[in-house]
Ligand binder design. Sequence first.
Ligand code: PMP
Ligand code: GLU
Length: 396
Amino acid sequence: MKELAQIASAIQPSSTMAMDALAKKMKAEGVDVIGFGAGEPDHDTPDHIKAAAQRAIAENVTRYTPASGTLALKEAICRRMEEDCGLDYAPGQVVVTSGAKHCVYIALRALVDPGDEVILPAPFWVSYLELIRMAGARPVVVAAQESTQFKITAEQLAAAITPRTKALILNDPCNPTGMVYGREELAAIARVCVERDIYIISDEIYCNLMYDGARSTSVAALGEDVKARAILINGVSKSYAMTGWRIGYLLSSERIAGVMANYLSHSTGSPSSISQAASVAALTGPQDCVEEMRRTFEERRDYIVGRVNAMDGVSCLKPQGAFYIMMNIEKQLGRTICGEAIGSSDDFSRALLKHGLVATVPGSGMGAPGFVRWSYAVGMDDIRRGMDRLEAFLKG
Ligand code: PMP
Ligand code: GLU
């Protein structure tokens, strides 16, 4: 038989999804595994959002919608952007997709041709690398170190740009590091993008999950010239505990939005009409649920950071946003733990799952080989038990 497509055959599975599936399978088999793998809020979707979906079904809002989303949802997104970020977008600049992951793909599809380069700061969320490749482009990874809080500088960015560079992917607050760029740092990076004429795909899905009273800055708020070349990505998955509803959205110039909408009209068609109705309720309804969930994440962050840094041989920075820590395991490399040789973050995660019954994601797939990612979107009791298990494992 003929070969399968080269691009598709080269795609690696998502390590976050794979670890989550493995932990859920073990749990279903009766193993007492604690899952810190997938970044997925453990809260239930708030009741008023669920009620809106039930109403939509009862009222037969069960047909195709426009491919890029309903006008009601686009208007709700514009109002939220105005209220939360002071940003002025019109419904014609909004594109709704089946989840923020698909937003990244659609944005790349709108911008890149085969052979184009896309700059990706590391550590990065696993899917970006593969999504760039899936769009036929070449990822150019720019590494940030823990000593610079996992943030790249404007100089590093400028040095990575070539005539083939089309776009930079920014993710702020960042999955997996939890770090957040200050306004000045972000402005310096955005200036380079404007001067060198590259687009910015800015994934701001964790913008509501900020700690210590800080607020994140959208790149689009840095000036009209930045906004013109920015494609913002956001969604309801994280802020409203709606990961299974599959609604994400993009904000950009009308021209880019039109290209993305055309692409969608031939690929997924419209996102779920029911999920869109629920998302209108999420974005226009009471917002105290967002703050309540944020507060629980902040408590968990303080606890997990305190526990990790009190253990010998591992450490982590204190994240300012999102719900992940990157645990530095460099001192564990070369050790044997519970009879397992630890030569990489994959070995560490595998051994911790097997002997400690704790699921984490190795940093190897995130451009951070000496680190292991923990999501703290997990109940406090499980975090306590997970930390106890880590402590025992490290002594093994
Ligand atoms: N961007 C980032 C940075 C994420 O962490 C996630 C979570 N998977 C997504 C996008 C995708 O979100 P969604 O569940 O809406 O596809
Ligand atoms: N964003 C989450 C994570 O990074 C969900 C899983 C995924 O889509 O990758 O774990």
